[in-house]
Design a binder for this molecule. Sequence first.
Ligand SMILES: Nc1ncnc2c1ncn2[C@@H]1O[C@H](COP(=O)(O)OP(=O)(O)OP(=O)(O)O)[C@@H](O)[C@H]1O
Length: 237
Amino acid sequence: MSTIGRFTAIADGLVVGYGTTPVLDPVDVRIGVGVTALLGRNGGGKTTLMRTICGIIPALSGTISVLGEIVADGAAVRTRVGYLGHELAVAHALTVQQNLMFWRDISRASARARMRGIDEIVAQFELRPILHRRVASLSRGQCQRVELARMSMSDPEFVVLDEPLTGLDPLFASQVRSLLRSWGETRTVLYSTHSVPEALALADRFLVVRGRSVVELGGDGFAVSEQTILRHLQVAA
Ligand SMILES: Nc1ncnc2c1ncn2[C@@H]1O[C@H](COP(=O)(O)OP(=O)(O)OP(=O)(O)O)[C@@H](O)[C@H]1O
């Protein structure tokens, strides 16, 4: 895995936002292998920051590098980064199986060395009972499973997930927590959540949107408490 030093993502004076309007003050953060939780108030800028890190939306100014590549429009890192957002990347009109075949084909076309087989993914995400159903007919939690399966197929080195545990039943949520932990052993996992206890149980490090700033907590040997995170969240934008 290529990194700059021990960091897999480096934001330098990164300004995220829409049009000409910044959502946050310039962001300077370093992220490494492991699980990093991103927390913030509603509308605080988490999704905007994660989408910019992946190159889905452009930075207004400053730079973000991921896995040693400068992310501009995302092309440099597209095949190495997995993003799970609020909107479905899978096609509603296709069945689960058709979607998985489609993602396998486009990932193969991008000549990735690592690709996981559909059977393995179907078993891991317990998709057999819904394999031939159109995505449009699935529940929110079932769609989330298909999205996670789709993302896992290309075995990304850098994984960014926007509230991945929302809407999942307790059993599947527990499996996804295990998945994030195991990814975090060798990969970079950045995920957003509104659950502070869950973040404390799962993550090694924390990015907290404090007003218009993003502060880094943890990773310095000092334990991070729920109170500390809540105190940062109370700062008004
Ligand atoms: N496409 C867009 N165009 C303009 N402004 C947007 C757009 N999407 C989001 N915003 C604004 O950017 C700000 C940050 O939104 P964002 O979705 O990043 O917050 P969030 O922290 O992910 O929120 P939540 O926890 O509610 O999901 C909000 O003020 C929002 O209204």
